[in-house]
Design a protein around this ligand. Structure first.
Ligand code: NAD
Length: 411
C-alpha cells in the first residue's frame, strides 16, 4: 500500500469534495494533517547491539473530537502510509458518528525479527517520543497490524509514568487493565454487521454464502469465525504464508487454534495451499480482504468472483480496481464503514475508562450493532439518492460531517 496509499486516499477525498462543492480553500484545509511527528526509537537489542527504528504519529483532524487511530508495526510503514491511514480515520469516525477525529501511527520494523523484550522496549521508547502530543482528551492510539492488546498494555504503562493513571490514553487494552469486553472481536464483528446490513437491503441473507477471508490476524480470524457462526461457509483463508482453499468449507475454529499454536497458517491442512492471487480469485460470494492495503489491483479485480467485498483492511482496493468493481456491479462495502467496528468499540472502551464504569459484553455488541445499522441507513440512502457507489456515499457522508464541524468551529 505504502507508495500509493496517500494518492488513493486523496483521490476519494477529492471526489467527495467535488460532489459536496467544498471549493479549493476548504479542500486544502480538510486534507492537510494537523500535526506530523517523526521520532527516533533507539533500543538495546537482545544481543547487546543498538537498534534504531523510526516511529510516526500523524494527527489528521480533530474538529469532531480527539484524534483517534491505530498503531502499525510493519516494515512498509512510512510517512505517506501513516498520513493516508490517518486521513481514512477522520472520515471513518465521522461515518459511524463517534466523537473522534482521525490519526494514525506506526513504527517501521519487522516484528517477526524482534523478541518480546525488544518489542516492549521499542513500544516504550515510542511513547517517550510522542507522549507530549497524545492523551485521553488529545489523541488516543489503538491496535492495528502487528500490534495487539499486550502492546497497548505496555503503551499505557509507559504513558502513566509521565502523566499518571490514564487508561483512556489508549484503547484495545487487555480487559484486566481497562480494556472493553468485545473489543478484540469488534472489527470482525463490525464487518459481519456491515455485510448483513447490505444483504438485508438487497433482500438476501448470509445463510449458505461462500466466504473468502484474506488475512488471518485480529480482523480476519474474527470475521471468519463470526461469518461461520451466522451460517456462511468459509471456503478460503490466507495469511503471510499463503492461501488455503476448501470448497467444502474450512473449519475456522481449527484454523484459529492452528495459528494460536504455530503463529501462522504455514502447514495448515484444512485446505489446499494456493498463492495469494489465486485465493483472491477463488469462487465465492463474499470476499473479505483483511490484511494489507492495495491488494485489489485492476488486474486482480477482473479476476475476483465475489459479488460482495467487505473491506476489513484499510485501503485494500486501488481506485482503478474500484472502477472495475463498479462496472462489474460488484458491491464494495468500503473500509471507512466496513472496518469501523474497531474504532466504535474503542469509543465504548474510552467512555468506560473515563467513567470508570464497565459494560457487559452483550451491551457492547448491541450498541455496536446499532451504530453499524444507523450508519448503513445513511450510506444506503445517500447512495440511492445521489446515485453513488457505497464508497463514494461513505466519503460524502464522512467528509460532509467533518466539513460541518470545521465550519462551525471557524478559522
Ligand atoms: P494483524 O496483525 O492482527 O493480522 C494481519 C494478518 O495479515 C496476519 O494474518 C498476516 O499473516 C496477514 N498478512 C500479512 N501480509 C500478508 C500478505 N501479503 N498476504 C496475506 N496475508 C498477509 O492485523 P489486523 O489488526 O487484523 O489488521 C488487518 C487489517 O485490518 C489492516 O489493514 C488494518 O489496518 C485493518 N484494521 C484493523 C483494525 C483492528 O481493530 N485491528 C481496525 C480497522 C482496520
Amino acid at each position: 500500500m505504502s507508495s500509493d496509499a496517500l494518492a488513493n486516499a486523496n483521490h476519494y477525498f477529492q471526489k467527495a469534495s467535488s460532489i459536496l462543492e467544498l471549493g479549493d480553500d476548504v479542500t486544502i484545509q480538510l486534507r492537510t494533517p494537523h500535526r506530523e511527528v517523526k521520532t527516533e526509537c533507539t533500543i538495546r537489542m537482545d544481543d547487546g547491539s543498538i537498534g534504531t527504528f523510526v516511529g510516526f504519529r500523524v494527527q489528521h483532524d480533530n474538529s469532531r473530537g480527539p484524534f483517534k487511530g491505530g498503531l502499525r508495526y510493519h516494515f512498509e510503514v512510512d510517512e505517506q502510509e501513516v498520513t493516508a491511514l490517518a486521513q481514512l480515520m477522520t472520515w471513518k469516525t465521522a461515518v459511524v458518528g463517534v466523537p473522534f477525529g482521525g490519526a494514525k501511527g506506526g513504527i517501521t520494523c519487522d516484528t517477526s525479527k524482534l523478541s518480546e523484550g525488544e518489542l516492549q522496549r521499542l513500544t516504550r521508547r515510542f511513547v517517550d517520543g510522542i507522549y507530549e502530543v497524545i492523551g485521553e482528551k488529545t489523541d488516543i492510539p489503538a491496535p492495528d497490524m502487528y500490534t495487539n492488546a499486550q502492546v497497548m498494555a505496555w503503551f499505557f504503562d509507559q504513558y502513566t509514568k509521565y502523566r499518571g493513571y490514564a487508561p483512556g490514553v489508549v484503547t484495545g487494552k487487555p480487559v484486566a487493565i481497562g480494556g472493553s469486553l468485545g473489543r478484540a472481536a469488534a472489527t470482525g464483528r463490525g464487518c459481519l454487521f456491515a455485510c448483513e446490513n447490505l444483504l438485508e437491503a438487497l433482500g438476501d441473507s448470509l445463510e449458505g454464502k461462500r466466504v473468502v477471508v484474506q488475512g488471518f490476524g485480529n480482523v480476519g480470524s474474527w470475521a471468519a469465525r463470526l461469518f461461520a457462526e451466522r451460517g456462511a461457509t468459509i471456503v478460503g483463508i490466507a495469511d503471510i504464508s499463503g492461501g488455503y482453499v476448501n470448497p467444502a468449507g474450512i473449519d475456522a475454529e481449527a484454523a484459529i487454534a492452528y495459528v494460536g499454536a504455530h503463529r501462522t497458517l504455514e502447514g495448515f491442512t484444512g485446505g489446499d495451499h494456493v498463492d495469494g492471487d489465486t485465493l483472491l480469485a477463488t469462487d465465492c460470494d463474499i470476499l473479505v480482504p483483511a490484511a494489507l492495503g492495495g491488494v485489489l489491483t485492476k488486474d486482480v479485480a477482473e479476476s475476483v468472483r465475489a459479488t460482495i467485498i467487505v473491506e476489513g483492511a484499510n485501503g485494500p482496493t486501488t481506485p482503478e480496481a474500484d472502477e472495475v468493481f463498479e462496472r462489474r456491479g460488484v458491491h464494495v462495502i468500503p473500509d471507512i464503514y466496513a472496518n469501523a467496528g474497531g474504532v466504535t468499540v474503542s469509543y465504548f472502551e474510552w467512555t468506560q475508562n473515563l467513567q470508570n464504569f464497565y459494560w457487559e459484553e452483550e451491551r457492547v455488541n448491541d450498541e455496536l450493532r446499532r451504530v453499524m445499522k444507523n450508519a448503513f441507513k445513511e450510506l444506503w440512502s445517500t447512495s440511492r439518492s445521489r446515485e453513488l457507489s457505497l464508497r463514494m456515499a461513505a466519503y460524502v457522508v464522512g467528509v460532509g460531517r467533518v466539513y460541518e464541524a470545521t465550519k462551525l468551529r471557524g478559522v
